[in-house]
Design a protein around this ligand. Structure first.
Ligand code: MTE
Length: 326
């Protein structure tokens, strides 16, 4: 499914994809080729099959478009944030996405047609004085939207630089008034197997959940995100609302959230439940801590495939080092 030409330093897909997923994908491909009368010898012509060309930006945006009020976009940029490298082309970010509810391939845009991100509500529950359910419109008006140029680092070693639109999550958390006993924040993605095909596969611990400590959730960088590239989020990027946490591996940046719970318990998270040995709860970007199956010392950019040395906390140490005593 990958479109790129592998370079000597690129890890094979089998390395930076969860093993069971990789095996399933290989099997699905074999089954498909068998179904059209091609055995193993037919693998080489995969690129010639219909639908395998690069989609245009228009096609990607059509596939992922959501009908929401666009009046608040683009939001004013926050000058405190710079990528320090080139921005990723919008089409590169939109066609190479991770959203396991729809597919374990990167071509999520091909599987989101049934997904209906409007109307949408987010419930804020748990250890807070003012729990509540917020419509998307209410949430967007809760604090001024701004645009932030963030680097994003996936645990699989790819990275991108994209402008997200949103506001710091602490604005919402302060509005619900966390109680002193609250230590963690749990996030939940919607649970809609009828709209998201992979959610019908029971061996995954659906719905996708993620979590932060309360101080991490209150950090200025943690962004409640409703837009990207000056427009509302596309479905494949987690429409209509997600979290972006730029100093942690991308799997913490949970998409299409419907619930935020303040709790005194360490939240069970999707990847940590599937494979605790490989996906820790904290998941801070750190070049010195290899993934059990690959090094984290380098990363490569979507589109250009330029390589950069991975930076501790993805280069955001000035913002978050205090959280970890560094
Ligand atoms: N959120 C949900 N609900 N489901 C997912 O599969 N994938 C995560 C994260 N959020 C994921 C998710 C991973 S692994 C990454 S790297 C980022 O989303 C990718 O964000 P992007 O696809 O918008 O680039």
């Amino acid at each position: 499914m990958n479109y790129f030409i592998r370079r000597p330093w690129d890890l094979p897909q089998s390395v930076h994809t969860e093993e069971s997923v990789y095996r399933d994908r290989k099997q699905a491909r074999r089954d498909f080729l068998k179904s059209i009368g091609l055995g193993a010898g037919g693998l080489a012509i995969g690129g010639l099959l219909p639908g395998c060309g690069k989609p245009t930006l228009e096609e990607l945006e059509d596939a992922g478009a959501v009908t929401v009020d666009t009046a608040a976009y683009p939001a004013p940029p926050n000058g405190a944030f710079e990528y320090g490298r080139e921005e990723t082309a919008r089409e590169e970010a939109a066609r190479f996405t991770n959203f396991y509810e729809f597919t374990s391939s990167k071509a999520v845009y091909q599987h989101v047609d049934k997904f209906e991100p409007t109307p949408w509500k987010v419930e804020v529950t748990g250890l807070c004085a003012k729990p509540g359910t917020f419509d998307l419109d209410d949430l967007i008006k809760l604090a001024p939207l701004e645009e932030r140029a963030y680097r994003h680092r996936c645990v699989e070693t790819w990275s991108m630089c994209v402008p997200w639109t949103g506001y710091p999550l602490h604005k919402l958390l302060m509005a619900v008034e966390p109680q002193a006993a609250a230590k963690y924040v749990l996030f939940k993605t919607c649970n809609r197997p009828e709209q998201a095909p992979q959610m019908a596969i029971p061996r995954y611990p659906w719905p996708y959940t993620e979590g932060l400590t309360l101080p991490e959730a209150m950090n200025e960088l943690t962004l409640l995100t409703t837009g990207i590239y000056g427009q509302p989020l596309l479905k494949q990027h987690g429409a209509p609302i997600r979290i972006v946490i730029p100093w942690k591996y991308g799997f913490k940046s949970i998409k299409s959230i419907v619930e935020i719970e303040l709790t005194d318990q360490l939240p069970a998270t999707f990847w940590n439940t599937l494979n605790p040995h490989e996906y820790g709860f904290e998941a801070n970007v750190d070049p010195q801590v290899p993934h059990p199956r690959w090094s984290q010392e380098w990363e490569w950019m979507l589109g250009s495939r330029d390589r950069f040395r991975t930076q501790i906390y993805n280069g955001y140490g000035d913002w978050v080092g205090d959280l970890y005593g560094s």
